[in-house]
Structures are given as C-alpha cells and as structure tokens.
Design a protein around this ligand. Structure first.
Ligand code: GCO
Ligand code: MG
Length: 403
C-alpha cells in the first residue's frame, strides 16, 4: 500500500493564478490536484500548507474516502469555499495516484464511460448582438454543439462576460477590485433581442445558454425566462443568488426555461433543497470547489434521483487539472448534462500538459492512467504569483450589487 511521504503546494501564474497540490508516495507515484479559488488563491494555499499537508504524511494514499472524511469532519469547521477547495485538491490528487497505480484512467475506476464524450459549451461574448452572433458562428464552425451567449448592454460601459479589450474573457485583472455598473432594466431589454436574432441567424440545431450571474431578483428572472421561452434556451444560469434556495421556487412558478445554478456552491447542502424540490434542471457545482470527485459523485447521485443533470463550471480560473477531473467525472456518471469549456491560454496549457481533447462538440479525458494531466514545475516556477481580484458591481446610483 503506497504511503504519502510528501505534499507541496505550487502557486503559479501563467497569465492567471493557479494553485496546485502535488502529493508524492513512498513508491514514487505522484498525483496532482487543483486548489485554485479565483481572487482568494493564497487563502487556500496557506490552508493546505499549514493545516492539511502535515495531516497527510504517512497516510495510505488509497484510502480516499477515509482521508476525505478526516479532512471534512476532522476540521470541525465544515464546508466553505476555502476548506472545500483544499479538500478537493487532496481528493483529485489521490484519484490521480490510484489511477496511476491501477494503470487505468480515473473514469474507469468510477464505473467506466457512460457516453462517448462530454458535451461542452463554448462562450460567445460580444459588445453588440452582431459581434456575439459572429462569435457564436465561429464556435459552431469549430464544432461546438452548445454556445453561451453574452452581449453588451446598451447604455452600460461594461458587461459581465464581455472582455474590455477584445481579449479572452475571465477577469481577475487588478491589484484591487475594479468596478462595473449595472442596470437591470437596460439588461432585460437586450437579452430577448439577442436570443431572437440568434435563432434567426444560428437556427435551431444549436443549444443556446445564458448566464445571468446572480443579478436578478426571482420575479425578474421569471419574466426573463418567459421572454426567452420562444427561443428555447438550454438554460438560464445563476438567475438569482441561491443562499436562500427557496428563491428558485418563485422563478419556477413563472417560467419553463430550464434553470442552472451552483458554480459557487461547495457542498451537497448548498443544493439539497433545490434538487429535492426539482427547482433546478442543472447543478453547476464542480470538482475543485465542491470537495473533489468524491463529493461531486455524491451530489450527482442525489441529483439523479430527481432528474437533475450536471452542468459543471469550467471557466479558465479552474486549472486544467480540474478540467481533467471534471471530464473523468462527467464521462462516468449517469446524469451528466453538459460541461462548460473555455480553452486556457497557451501559457497555461504549457504549464499543465494534459491528455484531454475536443472533437465534434464533445470532450474526452483521454486514456492515460490517472487524471492524465501534470504540472511542469520548472515552467510553473517562472510565472510569479500576482494578486488579482474579481470585479465588483454597482447600480447606476452607486448601490453595491451582485457581480
Ligand atoms: C462562468 C462563471 C465565471 C465566473 C468566474 C469566477 O459561468 O463561467 O460565471 O465567469 O465568473 O469563474 O471566478
Ligand atoms: Mg457563471
């Protein structure tokens, strides 16, 4: 039985910050786990280094469940994004090790492939509706079967989902949080028009998604859902904040547009009421922020009882290690729905060489033993950490709003 002899935390910044846990066993096997929490990276790095790594040394690497329970129950302070991201990193690294020792890709250990690949959705962001449609066409030409549409809101200087200087979108861009301006009434006017034009220009064979990023009240979300129903959206994401899970009951009463939520959830308790009441259709929790593969399988199993499918978060602030883990997970569960895919920068891909691939709208984790992803530590060492924050959002009168 391999014993853990070393574990270290690697912080690197190939165009954006990533935190990685690397675990090493006495037989020389190593495993990697993503521990990145965008804008709060060093909190997880220090939680791991000071409070987790010392507890791992000497443990049997194969005892994934016991180690998970030890870190969860043993901390006394359960849940929360920092704790659950740290546990996720350990969990991913241990599945990676188990796969390498077994000589099998992780999805085989999870029950084998339940489908040919994981359908992924691309991002189409544009300042205008026309730009957004052009970006969606490019994604469809590249083979994507599903596309998320976000466009600028006339009258607002910047919009969620739309990069300022034509760069790839995924902010964490300033030494202190930058500020955006928001108007719900202006936003609610443009989105139905975006979807109307999209169906006209893109046809009906492509799945169209939209992310509201927690900015509406439940009744506003119900109205938007109704307005979009004729265009058959695949989902409306994060319609309203979900700390109060009951908020989704109200949205459900007003629209049949499918609802997705959960990219900021970190445990099964965050989604229990939503799932059991069938107030959502897709659960967006993901491996890195929700306790790893072990806990995500528990969430998926609960969701499956209620015909809720997965639609895991997969923005570029989640490292390629999380992407690999999400694909092994998604390939093996019965109720996979869709997976978000934003390609990483070349710099990031070089630091994290990986076996997963994209073809014909689907992604596959590859057949390398373990997760099929690694970290090039030497290269990682050349990209120094730089503090970066997510933006904050204010209404036009200065009121702080959800970003
Ligand atoms: C998404 C998300 C991201 C998040 C980001 C935060 O749907 O991809 O909403 O864009 O804002 O991952 O770190
Ligand atoms: Mg989102």
């Amino acid at each position: 039985m391999p014993k853990i002899v070393k574990a270290r935390v690697i912080v690197t910044s190939p165009r954006r910050n990533f935190v990685t846990l690397k675990i090493e066993c006495d037989d020389g096997t190593t495993g990697v786990g993503d521990a990145t929490l965008n804008g709060r990276e060093l909190a997880v790095a220090s939680y791991l280094a000071e409070h987790v790594v010392p507890c791992l040394i000497g443990r049997e690497a194969h005892q994934i469940e016991d180690i998970w329970q030890y870190l969860y129950k043993g901390a006394y302070w359960r849940r929360g994004p920092v704790t659950m991201t740290a546990i996720a990193a350990v969990d991913m690294a241990l599945w990676d090790i188990k796969g390498k020792i077994a000589g099998l890709p992780v999805y085989q250990l999870l029950g084998g492939a339940a489908r040919e690949g994981c359908m992924v959705y691309a991002h189409a962001n544009g300042t205008t509706i026309d730009d957004t449609i052009a970006a969606a066409k490019a994604a469809m030409d590249a083979g994507y079967l599903a596309v998320r549409l976000q466009c600028g809101v006339p009258g607002l200087p910047s919009t969620y989902g739309v990069a300022k200087h034509g760069e790839r979108y995924e902010p964490a861009d300033a030494d202190l949080p930058s500020e955006s301006v928001w108007s719900t009434s202006k936003y609610l006017r443009v989105v139905p028009e975006l979807f109307r034009v999209a169906r006209e220009e893109l046809g009906w064979d492509v799945h169209l998604l939209h992310d509201i990023h927690h900015r509406l009240t439940p009744i506003e979300a119900g109205r938007l859902g109704r307005d979009l129903e004729p265009y058959r959206p695949f989902w409306l994401e994060d319609a309203t904040p979900a700390e109060n899970q009951d908020a989704f009951r109200l949205i459900r009463q007003h629209t049949t547009a499918p609802l997705a939520v959960g990219e900021i959830f970190n445990s099964i308790w965050d989604c229990k009421t939503l799932i059991e009441n069938q107030w959502i259709d897709y659960i967006r929790a993901t491996v890195v922020h929700a306790g790893g593969i072990t806990h995500m399988r528990r969430i998926a199993a609960l969701a499956d009882l209620y015909q809720v499918r997965t639609g895991s978060h997969g923005a570029t602030d989640l490292s390629p290690i999380c992407m690999a883990a999400a694909l092994h997970f998604g390939l093996s569960i019965p109720n996979f729905g869709i997976q978000e895919h934003m390609p990483h920068t070349e710099e990031t891909d070089r630091v994290f060489p990986h076996a997963y691939s994209f073809a014909n709208g689907l992604m596959h984790p590859g057949d390398k033993p373990g997760l099929g992803v690694d970290i090039d530590e030497e290269l990682a060492g050349t990209h120094a950490y730089k503090r970066a924050f997510l933006p904050v959002n204010r209404l036009e009168d200065g009121t702080l709003w959800s970003w």
